[in-house]
Design a protein around this ligand. Structure first.
Ligand code: FUL
Length: 509
């Protein structure tokens, strides 16, 4: 909720993507005044993720780890007066975190290097308020070092949460001084721990001890990140990844990754395009509709800005023993998965370590239960051996590519065709209750409306439908038995593409 306290802000990046055989595509496009809505819609359909955004989206499921003095004081927000001596995990083991995340199918860990209380989990040179003055490992410990090494060992990516709001640091509120302090801390994080793939900024902002409100120089933070870790996405208060708008775990049923930006934004982007960065205010990211045709109609520019769903496995972001009985169940986590990953978003699930410094047994049980259900559901794609036909196909984009198990090869309807029927004849009659669609987003996000029918008793019978697809759309419906399935793309912003399609059967309980 704190993300609403100040106007959201973002920067945008002009990147020419390297997809051969296609027009040069970028993750930003300007719209000239007085162009028709049809032309805007077509432009929207050709905005694509930057390489760093695409790599991020492909992770699908990542971990957030909230850990600091709050873990020991039983709070959600520390006020910055907590003595360093409270931080003393008895059995800290970052490899356990990585092992758990890896076996849950997560692809990255983002750790709270510093939360609002200002306590640093690494021995920062710029403050005394850190692990170096705690009893943990006699002040010689460094959580960031251990976590980054464990991530590398287990083949996970590594990200950092660094709270701009700092309730301990005396320079906070003295804007230029604190901005320099913050950049120094960022530099430590981005130079001492190997590759960093996501930098996560919350928008919380307050007054410093001088009674003045801190003005964050986000633009300078972004420049530093681009310089030191150019592959890293900058999330939430940043240009690459947007907050979905709630912390419930549930994304929108209609989720567009291409959003309109304002005139002011457009001018700023044009002015800054040589620097790879531009700074601009965006509207309210909690709105239900961010990217429909109605929204596009008023756009001065369009940008690829995909959604991230952050949610905690517990009611709080930090560990509280009193919440051990309130850990989300495996079934609830599965529901969240379908409603985030399955709705064109990335799921960032928080697993807060306990006072030992370990992910707690209760959380592990739910997480592994979730993994088991997902594995049992998605282990066999029932259309894998089907025969696929489509009314129209672009050269080199045959319908068979939809079921070749490779995201990078895809079917596309011919240019100028914005609806399509694709028929899958399965190798025998099958029963299924889950469907998966993936658009080839390096070509753009296009599908606006689709439905699925089964051939039963001599005619087509609809069993599910949807709106947007994007990187991934998952659908749940009562079990259907058939040998023939028809996917109808009823509306698309320009010729639709599909990278993958799947039908699955969830396990019986
Ligand atoms: C929020 C913070 O205030 C919470 O404590 C938590 O870190 C969450 C992910 O972002 O805005």
């Amino acid at each position: 909720m704190i993300k609403n306290l100040i106007p959201a802000a973002a920067v945008f990046v002009l990147i020419v993507s390297a997809y051969p055989q296609q027009q040069r595509k970028t993750n930003f496009v300007a719209i000239s005044p007085n162009v028709s809505i049809n032309s805007i819609v077509r432009k929207a359909a050709n905005v694509v993720p930057s390489p760093r955004q695409l790599a991020w989206q492909k992770m699908e499921f990542t971990a957030f780890v909230h850990f600091t003095v709050n873990t020991f004081t039983d709070k959600e927000w520390g006020d910055g007066t907590e003595p360093e001596s409270v931080f003393n995990p008895s059995a800290f083991d970052a490899r356990q975190w990585a092992r758990v995340c890896k076996s849950a199918g997560m692809k990255q860990i983002i750790v709270t290097a510093k939360h609002h209380d200002g306590f640093c989990l690494w021995p920062s040179k710029y403050t005394e308020h850190s692990v170096k003055n705690s009893p943990w490992r006699n002040g010689k410990g460094d959580v960031l070092k251990d976590v980054s090494e464990a991530c590398r060992e287990y083949g996970l990516k590594f990200g950092v949460y660094l709270s701009p709001w700092d309730r301990h640091e005396p320079t906070y509120g003295d804007s230029p001084k604190y901005n320099a302090y913050f950049r120094n801390q960022l530099t430590e994080l981005l130079t001492n721990y190997g590759e960093v793939d996501e930098v996560w900024f919350d928008g919380a902002c307050g007054e410093g001890p001088n009674g003045k409100r801190q003005v964050y120089d986000f633009e300078s933070y972004y420049k530093l990140i681009r310089k030191l870790q150019p592959q890293a996405v900058i999330a939430i208060m940043g240009p690459d990844v947007r907050w979905v708008g709630t912390e419930s775990g549930y994304g929108r049923k209609t989720e567009w990754s291409v959003l309109p930006v304002s005139q002011q934004a457009r001018d700023k982007i044009a002015a800054d395009s040589q620097n790879d960065i531009a700074f601009l205010p965006l509207g309210d990211m909690t709105n239900e509709d961010l990217g429909s045709r109605d929204k596009l109609a008023k756009a001065s520019a369009l940008v690829w800005y995909p959604a991230e769903v952050d949610v905690s496995i517990r009611p709080g972001w930090f560990y509280h023993a009193s919440q051990d009985s309130k850990v989300k169940t495996a079934e609830k986590l599965v529901d969240i998965y379908y409603s985030s990953v399955g709705r064109n978003s990335l799921l960032l699930l928080n697993l807060p370590p306990d006072r030992r410094g370990l992910i707690n047994e209760h959380d592990i049980k739910s997480l592994m239960g979730m993994r088991e259900i997902l594995d049992k559901t998605f282990n066999e794609n029932l259309v894998a051996n089907a025969t696929v036909t489509a009314g129209s196909a672009e050269k080199g984009c045959a319908p068979s590519k939809i079921i070749d198990g490779k995201f990078d090869t895809y079917w596309a309807a011919k240019d100028g065709v914005s609806s399509a029927e694709i028929v899958f004849v399965l190798d025998g009659e099958k029963q299924f209750d889950r469907a998966m669609l993936q658009e080839h987003i390096p070509t753009g996000q296009r599908i606006e409306k689709f439905k699925l029918d089964a051939w039963q008793d001599g005619h087509w019978k609809q069993f599910t439908e949807g709106t947007t697809v994007g990187y991934k759309r998952l659908l749940r419906f009562p079990a259907v038995k058939t040998q023939k399935v028809r996917l109808t793309i009823q509306q698309s912003r320009t010729n639709p593409t599909l990278a993958e399609f799947g039908l699955f059967k969830s396990p019986d309980w």
